[in-house]
Design a protein around this ligand. Structure first.
Ligand code: ADP
Length: 257
């Protein structure tokens, strides 16, 4: 495996971009209750890159959904830049997601009839905000697509499409960028290019990133790996190599349910 890129461990501007306090999410399933997240407390300092890993069913998606204001916890709290999400109305949550949170998923979810720049501008248009063309071009340049602004998704490779999705997620300068297996649909070389770009957003722009992944190589680009088992934090790895992460997660997968 290739060496990990250099990492910057100190947060850029101090403070936590997001903080989870005793976060618990239970689901009723027939007569029983499934506790997907059980008293999870985590802080995500500004300008840091965190990978969330764990076996299937360990609560990764639930953590992402609650932290991003897409789902409401059963108890506990989520603070995004000091704003308590549990106190927000549905409209307040929608605004927070639109203005302060960015998402990239495994599927690029671009609109095929729109050009790269139109896709990137979409979140601002949907929010009824002015779309400064200079900002659209700036963020496309940041992801290395300054010369592809007028191209449609079908004219682009998978890696380029994911970079358009990344530019779209960053257009609002979100407090936190969430990734749900953002490189899951890409080949390993293209994955590395996208991960290098994510890393540079953290190091160069002070972006905070939280990414769910199964891939130890992807996780090795993060400053920290949070390991979930049965809805609880089972441990953390800091500055770990892909091999170290793989060794640890293989042990977790081997734990009998
Ligand atoms: P992961 O993303 O790590 O695979 P999830 O967060 O999707 O884990 O799920 C954690 C646990 O919560 C699992 O046992 C899952 O079956 C359960 N769960 C998740 N969503 C629901 C739901 N909507 N209703 C019932 N149970 C759910």
């Amino acid at each position: 495996m290739t060496a990990r890129p250099t990492k910057q461990t100190a947060a850029h501007s101090g403070g936590d971009a997001i903080r989870l306090r005793s976060l618990t999410r239970s689901y009723r399933s027939g007569d029983s209750t499934v506790t997907a997240l059980d008293q999870v407390s985590l802080a995500f300092p500004r300008g840091t890159f965190t990978a969330v890993m764990g076996p299937s069913g360990s609560g990764k998606s639930t953590l992402l959904q609650c932290a991003a204001g897409l789902d409401r916890p059963t108890s506990g709290s989520v603070l995004v830049a000091g704003t308590e999400l549990t106190g927000l109305s549905e409209t307040g949550l929608t605004l927070l997601r639109r203005e302060r949170i960015g998402f990239v998923f495994q599927a690029f979810n671009l609109l095929p009839a729109l050009t790269a720049e139109q896709n990137v501008a979409l979140p601002l248009r949907l929010a009824g905000r002015r779309v400064p063309q200079s900002r659209v071009r700036e963020v496309l340049r940041q992801v290395g697509l300054g010369d592809r602004a007028r191209h449609q998704p079908t004219e682009m490779s998978g890696g380029q499409q994911q970079r358009v999705a990344l530019a779209r997620a960053l257009i609002t300068r979100p407090e936190v960028l969430f990734g749900d297996e953002p490189t899951g649909a890409l080949d390993s070389q293209t994955s590395r290019e996208v991960l290098t770009l994510l890393r540079s957003m953290v190091d160069g722009e002070g972006q905070t990133i939280i990414m769910v992944t199964h891939d130890p190589v992807a996780a090795s680009y993060a400053d920290r790996v949070v390991l979930l088992v049965d809805g609880r934090v089972d441990g953390e790895l800091t500055g770990a190599s892909a091999d170290d992460i793989a060794a640890r997660t293989t042990r977790l997968e081997a734990v009998p349910c």
